[in-house]
Design a protein around this ligand. Sequence first.
Ligand SMILES: [Zn+2]
Length: 90
Amino acid sequence: MTSNVSQSYPYTSESETDRAAHIAALVDARDNLATTIATETTPLDANDRWWVWKCPTSGCQGLLHVAGYARDLHALLVVCDGTCAKTFLR
Ligand SMILES: [Zn+2]
């Protein structure tokens, strides 16, 4: 299995409470993240569990948490909680 393939599968899952707490902390810590989420996503459905992925950035040990649905795309906007501080579409 290549690293690309393994990275496309969820690493773990988290409760809605944990997801919301992670995203709230990341929004607090990063200047433009609230704007990014507000402009690039629509709110999530109610869901008890959300997938979490490992960050694909080389050298980054972060995990990707779901921030919202990407506008006009069938994708989730996810935010890395690690050193790369990037957002990705999943
Ligand atoms: Zn990262």
